[in-house]
Design a protein around this ligand. Sequence first.
Ligand code: ZN
Ligand code: ZN
Length: 248
Amino acid sequence: MNKFLSFCKKVGNKFLDLVFPLNTKCIFCNNEIVDFDKKPYCDECEKYAFNKGAKCIKCDTRIKEGNKICDHCKSHKRYFEKCFCPLNYEKAVRSSILSFKDSNARYLAKSYAKIIFDYIKDENLHFDIITFVPSHKTSIKRRGYNPAKLLADEIALLFDKPRLETLLKITHTKAQKNLSYSERAKNLENSMMVTNAKLIKGKTILLVDDVVTTCATSNQCAKLLKNFADKIYVTAIARNHLKPEKQS
Ligand SMILES: [Zn+2]
Ligand SMILES: [Zn+2]
């Protein structure tokens, strides 16, 4: 009987390997790894992937040792309390996130959510609702999904909190990556509206995004939510760090 059970287990594991072949590979660089459940990334990626060292107390970007807040947060009003980004948007982390965002690698949401969960669980953060940065229906149609929503679903399971849709993207805005902060903010103005306003009244919200650069998008979301909610925290998988010249 034991032999039979061990045979079934082997067949079962083979089946799982076929269905989830990536569960033996680093989520960033695809190198083979030993224990995916314990640590879904390889030792090489671990060396650079995590957002460590001196960071802005508001937006989690790298800053000079000894500083507390970046120039960008000093000069722009932030509507969120704090932003949490466990990873650096660099090298294989970047390509992994691009696959998650644009090449249907939805399975990565679970591992990213766990990394976010581990990063903020010791912060003693109290929040009532998890929500996400909305995508316009045109982007959802093109991708087939909203990556931030997938991530928010997984994070909500880990924190055991309700995930609520609170924002609607009503106009399709241009890609933000080559715009300055003020251009980004202008681009986003009036592009979103709050839904479920009654349900977020007086609540503390954790807003989920995929990657954060200037915080223009998350700040605009936070500004709208703050018309009803009490406090907004932001989290994203990775920080695209601001260069010093971009911090002003
Ligand atoms: Zn790796
Ligand atoms: Zn900052």
